[in-house]
Design a protein around this ligand. Structure first.
Ligand code: C2E
Ligand code: MG
Ligand code: MG
Length: 631
C-alpha cells in the first residue's frame, strides 16, 4: 500500500495516541477493579483515539484455544459475538488478536478487507468498515493473558510513533492488571489470615481473640449510651464423653450444629462466639435481666433437643452463666470471668442458668487464697493430725482411733477439713498431703508403741480418691511404713464409696494387694454414697462406718434407725465390723448398743484431739471418762 499519510497526519495521530496514553495512565492510577479498568481503557482508546472499536480478549485454556472478549467500547454491533476467534495456529487464529496472544508480539493488519489471512472476518469487517487493526499483547507476570485490539475505519491507520505509543499503552495496561490482581491476592490472603485469626474454622463463629474486641466494642457502646448489656456463657455437657466414645468428628458435628442453633436463636444486637472447646459466649446489647433469662432458657431448650449425627441421636445439655455490664463488672475480662463463675455455679447445680452474684467472687477469692496457702502448709508445719478414739461399746475400751487432718494457717486461722480438702483435691494436692498424713500417723504410732500406750489398736487414716488414682499408691504406702517402721496391721485405710466407683477393677486390685499386706479397709460415711451392696461383695472390705447423719437421727427417725439396723445386719452376715460415727449423746449410744452396734466414735466419747493430749489421756487411762456412765 503506497504511503498516503502526510507528516501532518502522522503528527496528529501521534499526538492523539499521546493523549490516549496520558488519559489511560490516569485511569490506571485510579483503577481498583479489573473489569472497570479494561472497559475504561477501551473507552479511552475509541473516544480519544477516534478509532472504531477497541476490545480486549483473554485467552482461554480450552481445547479450541478460544479468545474470550472481556471488554469493548465503540462501534461493535454484534461483531464480537460472531467473531469466534482463537489463539491457536489455525484459520480462526490468524486475526490480529489471536496472533498477538499466540506470539506475544504486536500484530498489525493494515488492510483488513484484502488480507488473505483475515477471510473469515472480512464480511463482518466490511459491514462495519473496519479497515485496519492493531493488536497488542497483554503480558502479566511474564505470561500473555490476552490482547487489546483497536480497529480504524481507514487502511494503514497504525504507523510509526503511534504504534510505539500504543505498545506503551498495552504495557501500562498489563502493569495495571497485574497490580490489581496482586492487590486482590493480598486482600484475599489478608482476609484469609484475618478469618483464621479471628474466626473459628469449625463453626465459622468469631473466636476467643475476636470476642475480646467485640466485647470491648460492646461495653464501650453500652457505656456511651448508658445502657446495660449482658454476657451469656454456655458450657455444653457430655462433649468430652461423646468425643471419647464416638470420636472427635461426631463431637465436632454436634458443636457445629449447636453453633447453628445458637445463631438461629439470636436476635439483632446479639453476637454468638465460640469461646473454645465446648464453651460459647453470647454478647447481647440488651442487658435486661428478664430478656437474658429468657434467652438463656431458649438456648437451653434448643440444645436439649436431640442432635442427629450419622442417624444416631445424641442428647446433650448445658449450663449458662450470665453477667451484666456495668452491674457485675465494667471491664470486659472481668465480665467474662464473672459469667464463667456463674456458669460453674449453674453446672454444679446440675445445669440450667445462673446470674452472677458478688458472693461467687468472694468464694473464688477465698479458694485461691486457700490454694496458695495450702501449697506450703505442710512444709511450714501448719498441718496437724488430731485423733478421735473408737470405743468398744460393751467394755468401754478404746479399740483404735481415727486420724483427722487439721490446718492452722498463720493468716487464715483454723480452716475446717470440709473446706480445704475439696480445694486440695481440686488442685491435685491431696496425694502429697495424704502422704504427709500417713507418715505423721505412722510416726505417732511408733512413739505410742515405744511408750507402751495401751489400746491404740489400729489407727484409721482417711484416703482421698485422688491418692488412689495416683500411680504407685501401694508402693508409696509401703515405703512410708518401711521408713517409719510401722506394720500394716496397725493401719486401717478409710475410703469413701466414691473411691470405689471410678475404676472398680483397678481399685479392687489395689485393695486386694493392701489387704494381703495386712492393712485393714473401711468404707467411710457408709449409706450416703452409692450404697451398692454389689461392691461389698466385690471389694475386700473389713469395716463399714455408719454415717453420722443416721446416728444423728437415730432417736427421731424410725427410717434412719431402720437403715442402721439394716447396715448392722448386712455387716454381720458378711462378717464385717461396723463403726457408728458421730455419737453425741448417751441416748444415741444406748440406741446403737440396743441395735447391736459394737464400736462407735463421736463427741460423746471424745472430740478429735491433738496427738499430745490424746497420748497423755491414753497413758493415764485406756478407758474414756464418758464410759463410766452406765449404758
Ligand atoms: P470423716 O472421715 O467421716 O471424719 C469424721 C468427721 O466427723 C470428722 O470431721 C470429725 O471431727 C467429725 N466428728 C466426729 N465425732 C463427731 C460428732 O459426734 N458429731 C459431729 N457432728 N461430728 C463428729 P472433720 O475432722 O471435720 O473431717 C471431715 C472430713 O474430712 C472427714 O470425714 C474426712 O472425710 C475428711 N478428712 C479429715 N482428715 C482427712 C485426711 O487426713 N485425709 C482425707 N483424705 N480426708 C480427711
Ligand atoms: Mg473418716
Ligand atoms: Mg465419716
Amino acid at each position: 500500500m503506497p504511503q498516503t499519510h502526510t507528516i501532518k497526519d502522522e503528527l496528529q495521530r501521534a499526538n492523539r495516541a499521546l493523549r490516549l496514553l496520558s488519559s489511560s495512565n490516569r485511569t490506571l492510577l485510579r483503577a481498583d477493579d479489573e473489569s472497570t479498568l479494561l472497559y475504561d481503557v477501551c473507552r479511552i482508546a475509541t473516544e480519544i483515539g477516534v478509532y472504531s472499536l477497541s476490545w480486549i480478549g483473554y485467552k482461554e485454556l480450552d481445547s479450541k484455544k478460544t479468545v474470550r472478549p472481556v471488554a469493548y467500547h465503540g462501534h461493535e454491533e454484534g461483531f464480537l459475538a460472531t467473531a469466534n476467534m482463537s489463539w491457536a495456529d489455525t484459520e480462526r487464529g490468524h486475526s490480529a488478536m489471536g496472533s498477538a496472544i499466540r506470539t506475544g508480539a504486536i500484530q498489525l493488519r493494515n488492510d483488513i478487507l484484502h488480507d488473505p489471512l483475515l477471510t473469515p472476518w472480512q464480511g463482518e469487517a466490511r459491514q462495519r468498515n473496519y479497515q485496519s487493526a492493531v493488536a497488542l499483547p497483554l503480558i502479566v507476570e511474564g505470561e500473555t493473558i490476552g490482547a487489546i485490539a483497536i480497529y480504524a475505519p481507514e487502511p494503514n491507520a497504525f504507523q510509526g510513533s503511534e504504534v510505539k505509543l500504543l505498545e506503551e499503552l498495552a504495557s501500562d495496561l498489563s502493569f495495571g492488571i497485574e497490580t490489581i490482581r496482586l492487590r486482590r491476592a493480598h486482600e484475599q490472603a489478608n482476609a484469609h489470615i484475618h478469618r483464621l485469626a479471628f474466626f473459628d474454622s469449625l463453626t465459622g463463629l468469631p473466636n476467643r481473640n475476636h470476642l475480646t474486641d467485640l466485647l470491648t466494642d460492646a461495653t464501650t457502646a453500652a457505656h456511651a449510651t448508658g445502657r446495660t448489656m449482658s454476657l451469656l456463657m454456655l458450657d455444653l455437657d457430655y462433649i468430652r464423653e461423646i468425643n471419647e466414645t464416638y470420636g472427635h468428628s461426631t463431637g465436632d458435628q454436634i458443636l457445629a450444629q449447636v453453633a447453628r442453633k445458637l445463631r438461629a436463636l439470636t436476635t439483632e444486637g446479639c453476637t454468638v462466639t465460640r469461646f473454645g472447646g465446648d464453651d460459647f459466649v453470647l454478647i447481647c446489647a440488651n442487658g435486661d435481666r428478664e430478656l437474658a433469662a429468657e434467652l438463656a432458657q431458649r438456648m437451653l431448650s434448643a440444645i436439649r433437643q436431640p442432635f442427629t449425627i450419622d442417624s444416631r441421636s445424641f442428647s446433650i445439655g448445658g449450663s449458662i452463666g450470665i453477667a451484666l455490664y456495668p452491674d457485675d463488672a465494667d471491664h470486659p475480662a472481668e465480665l467474662l470471668a464473672r459469667a464463667d463463675l456463674a456458669m460453674s455455679k449453674a453446672k454444679k447445680g446440675g445445669g440450667g442458668y445462673c446470674f452472677y452474684r458478688s458472693e461467687m467472687s468472694q468464694t473464688l477469692i477465698r479458694k485461691l487464697e486457700l490454694i496458695t496457702r495450702l501449697e506450703c502448709a505442710a512444709d511450714e508445719g501448719n498441718l496437724h493430725l488430731y485423733y478421735q478414739p473408737k470405743v468398744e461399746l460393751y467394755a468401754g475400751m478404746i479399740v483404735g482411733a481415727e486420724a483427722l487432718l487439721r490446718w492452722h494457717d498463720p493468716l487464715l486461722g483454723w480452716v475446717p477439713p470440709g473446706e480445704f480438702i475439696p480445694v486440695a483435691e481440686g488442685r491435685g494436692l491431696m496425694t502429697q498431703i495424704g502422704d504427709w498424713v500417713l507418715s505423721t500417723a505412722c510416726r505417732h504410732i511408733r512413739i505410742w508403741k515405744q511408750q507402751g500406750l495401751p489400746c491404740c489398736g489400729r489407727i484409721a487414716v482417711n484416703v482421698s480418691p485422688q491418692q488412689l488414682e495416683a500411680p504407685f499408691f501401694v508402693e508409696r504406702v509401703v515405703r512410708i511404713l518401711e521408713e517409719t517402721g510401722v506394720s500394716p496391721v496397725n493401719i486401717e485405710l478409710e475410703l469413701t464409696e466414691s473411691c470405689l466407683m471410678d475404676d472398680p477393677e483397678r481399685i479392687g486390685a489395689i485393695l486386694t494387694e493392701l489387704r494381703l499386706l495386712g492393712f485393714s479397709i473401711a468404707i467411710d460415711d457408709f449409706g450416703t454414697g452409692y450404697s451398692s451392696l454389689v461392691y461389698l461383695k466385690r471389694f475386700p472390705i473389713d469395716t463399714l462406718k455408719i454415717d453420722r447423719t443416721f446416728v444423728n437421727n437415730i432417736m427421731t427417725s424410725s427410717s434412719d434407725r431402720a437403715i442402721i439396723a439394716t447396715i448392722l445386719a448386712i455387716a454381720q452376715q458378711m462378717g464385717l465390723t461396723t463403726v457408728a460415727e458421730g455419737v453425741e449423746t448417751l441416748e444415741q449410744r444406748q440406741a446403737l448398743k440396743t441395735l447391736g452396734c459394737v464400736i462407735a466414735q463421736g463427741f460423746y466419747f471424745c472430740p478429735p484431739e491433738p496427738a499430745e493430749s490424746f497420748t497423755a489421756k491414753r497413758l493415764a487411762s485406756p478407758c474414756l471418762p464418758a464410759l463410766s456412765v452406765p449404758g
